[in-house]
Design a protein around this ligand. Sequence first.
Ligand SMILES: *Cc1c(COP(=O)(O)O)cnc(C)c1O
Length: 427
Amino acid sequence: MFVRSENMKPFESKIWLASPTMHGEEMRYVIEAYETNWMSTVGVNINEVERTAAEKAEVKYAVGLSCCTAALHLCVKLAGEKLYGKSANGHGAVESKRVFCSDMTFSATLNPVVYEGGIPVFIDTERDTWNMDPVALEKAFEIYPEVKLVVAAHLYGFPGKIDELRAVCDKHSALLIEDAAESMGATYKGKQTGSFGDYAAISYNGNKIITGSSGGCLLTNDLEAANKARKWSTQARENAAWYQHEEVGYNYRMSNVIAGVVRGQYPYLEEHIKQKKAIWERYKEGFKDLPVSMNPFEEDKSVPNYWLSAMILDKDAMCEQVRDDSTAIYRPEHGKSCPTEILDAIADINAEGRPIWKPMHMQPMYRMNAFITAAGNGRAKTNAYIAGSIEDIGSDIFKRGLCLPSDNKMTVKQQDRIIEVIKRCFE
Ligand SMILES: *Cc1c(COP(=O)(O)O)cnc(C)c1O
């Protein structure tokens, strides 16, 4: 006979970083699609998602797509075409062009730049919000004045300095693509993230604040751009009875079944944000005596959606930690800790954390790409990169920071246990 002790095995199941939270209404719309046979990329669920997405994001138009990466791809194509015109096959609108991109973000932010043959130039992060540094962006325009496109993300649902970034873009007549995949519902100076860019994208991926299991929307105030994106996403068919084509198309449209799930989730966006905020605040309170701080935001300017709680250890609270391309080791030290030790400790109680998204300039595939810091001393116009030789903020946050279990179904008791386990790492 087995006896399970509460103390030894505190959780029924794994505490996730961020997992889907369904409410029941989603099924109603999915069943409706099924019963009316709109099992397609056309239907009332898609129309409703587009209407709601535009309304919530405070933009005029939303285009429902298979995922946010597809939305970002069409954003890049729209921007490229506007800036540089169209090449023969409709592709390559940013081909061989440099594009300034967030450095500390998920790779999907900039993958579409590379799909289109553009060359990402990475812009370092600032410490106030952990997003693209407007000072570094200005520096980048000094070094590469010919650049006309910027792609900026809001990390973990905490808005970046988006009006300052917008102002730098305007000064240099550059277009701005805003990746609001993680920040749906978050505001900056009272305006929704996703409403600042010329083109923007939001995500309904399974780990995001609301989800359709997958899906995304392209956001814009430009009707012509919205219509173009919708056309490209449905194989670029021209207006004729037969299949008539003048340019290359994509199969990027949102499914009406997925849209049913998203439609059912939208009424719960505010509730999820409230839960995520409570989680972030409980961590902050729980860690108040530790040499750590939570992921920051500009309290006078922005309201995050708190999608992921993250923390960073003080420099002098770090024990020695070494990472290569796939593994990490550390040397335990009294009174100190490190992300590797903390992630191991919470994994032992079946809770999922994650290192900070590894900055793009540190990724093997982008080792030859330029990287610009606020001091302008990144890898500009040189391929010489010696690891650790550049004083940048992104790699420092990556070294000392980590994402905490942030699932909105986590109970207070479960979170208290996680906090306890993390405190013990510093003993
Ligand atoms: C999740 C995510 C994406 C991609 O979203 P999908 O809908 O999965 O394609 C893009 N950018 C960021 C910052 C993300 O977190």
